[in-house]
Design a protein around this ligand. Structure first.
Ligand code: SF4
Length: 466
């Protein structure tokens, strides 16, 4: 597979100015709602610390908790399967569906099944997978990956959705009313749900001491997928394990507040045992997680509860859109997870960041996201995987920044020449920085000049601050 060209992908999305503005506005709105929730809860930072500690403890004893979870799930009458990788996961699902004569599987949102590429795998073997989450369904009908872990079609406008539905469901292409579109989708999907022989859900949390799983949704589609058909499959990433039932409250309080700024998801469903006459199967999936657990710099990424707060706050994500990352996981968390799966393919993603640290600041489980992004950059540079221009520019910057006299000379030269350069040269297509922004006027003096001037005329503490 080709390496993802994030810059090129971002450029394409930026050209869709209405979509870009809509995405930015919506996600920033979510960030503000999250902030309001945080401020309303004086115990917020204590909750974050607790969540982080619970996750780190669980990950440090993952083998024990996984076995405890399996024991308890088996005792509850659930079948438990272990999948080393995506291929094993898909094979297990296929075998189960074939054994039950299933031709249609209804499914609620699960990033793990996207990660395993399960839909095409089953389609090739004659089994249709129907997404029941509205956003996921839109993306499925448009043949696109989800662009966001919580709101998969957030980059689309209503008019984009009506185009997709007109093409695939035969709706009125000129009716962009979201209620009309949602209702038509529901009418198209509900009969499939009622007729389906098997349903699948993901899992937000798997509780070791009870052997139960918790699924958080806003549409109730997971409950329909799980409860209507007689066969319920649950795909579980092994990092979803938490030790005790009482730990759940910590995460439930943080998850939706961090994601959408709402106190709780509309549905928080707990599945512990198969319903009478039915079957329940848990598929515990590794797919590179154990290897990541052994990576000293990156294992903290396994604490992620997929709340999306880091995406909603990231200025690069809000402008470039999730699809520009070219992987299942996008945004700041994608920039650190995706390279663990395929270093070459995703080596540009750690550069899709300003390293402002906002992602780390909002993360409910205190993942040091921007530090891990920076670490990936170092590794990419060590592997000589940087493009020639970036490599040369960084080398030159390194020389200038490590020689103070040279640096000051350069600042002085820029200060005197840039204001007189013709605008066509400054704003030329070769200067990517000036695409979409104006170069601000040069300040009258540099920070260093200002500092020296004020220090000379001031008290023993140095800078005059009045
Ligand atoms: S890294 Fe943190 S903020 Fe980002 S999705 Fe995961 S839990 Fe949420």
């Amino acid at each position: 597979m080709h390496a993802v060209d994030h810059v090129d992908n971002a450029r394409r999305f930026l050209a869709l100015t209405d979509n870009q503005a809509f995405l930015d506005r919506n996600l920033w709105g979510l960030r503000q709602k999250r902030d309001a929730q945080m401020k309303a809860h004086p115990e917020w930072q204590a909750l974050r610390t607790l969540a982080s500690e619970i996750k780190e403890h669980a990950l440090s004893h993952l083998d024990d908790y996984l076995e405890m979870f399996e024991r308890n799930a088996l005792a509850n009458g659930v079948h438990v399967h272990w999948a080393e990788d995506a291929e094993a996961h898909n094979r297990i699902v296929h075998q189960l569906l074939t054994a039950h004569g299933v031709k249609t599987l209804v499914k609620s949102k699960s990033m793990l099944t996207e990660e395993c590429d399960m839909r095409p795998y089953l389609a090739e073997r004659g089994i249709e997978v129907v997404e029941t989450d509205l956003g996921e369904r839109i993306q499925q009908l448009d043949n696109e990956m989800p662009s966001h872990v919580v709101v998969p079609a957030v980059h689309k406008l209503a008019r984009d959705v009506s185009k997709v539905f007109a093409r695939t469901l035969g709706t009125d292409p000129d009716n962009h009313d979201p209620h009309y579109l949602a209702e038509r989708q529901r009418e198209a999907t509900r009969p499939l749900m009622l007729a389906a022989q098997a349903g699948m859900t993901g899992c937000n949390f798997a509780v070791a001491e009870t052997g139960a799983v918790t699924v958080c949704t806003n549409e109730g589609n997971a409950d329909l997928s799980a409860n209507l058909p007689p066969l319920h499959l649950v795909s579980i990433g092994i990092e979803k394990i938490i030790p005790r039932q009482q730990d759940l409250g910590v995460f439930i309080r943080l998850l939706s507040r961090s994601a959408l700024g709402s106190p709780i998801t509309q549905y928080t469903s707990h599945f512990r045992a198969p319903r009478r006459g039915g079957e329940m199967h848990f598929i515990l999936v590794d797919n590179g997680r154990s290897a990541r657990l052994a990576m000293a710099d990156f294992w903290y990424s396994l604490k992620c509860i997929r709340c999306s707060a880091c995406m909603n706050t990231c200025p690069v994500y809000r402008r470039s859109g999730g699809l520009s990352y070219g992987g299942v996981y996008s945004g700041p968390i994608g920039a650190i997870i995706d390279p663990t799966m395929d270093f070459k393919r995703y080596s540009t993603l750690p550069f899709a960041s300003t390293l402002n640290g906002s992602c780390t600041h909002v993360c409910p489980v205190k993942i040091n996201i921007h530090e891990q992004i920076y670490k990936w950059r170092e590794l990419v540079a060590e592997q000589h995987d940087l493009p020639f221009i970036k490599r040369s520019a960084m080398k030159t910057a390194g020389i200038i920044l490590s020689h103070p006299l040279l640096y000051r000379g350069m600042v002085k030269a820029m200060h005197t020449t840039v204001p007189y350069l013709p605008s066509a040269l400054v704003n030329s297509p070769l200067n990517a920085w000036c695409e979409g922004r104006e170069l601000p006027p040069m300040p009258k003096q540099s920070f260093r000049q200002w500092y020296v001037e004020h220090r000379q005329h001031n008290d023993p503490h140095g800078v005059h601050t009045s």
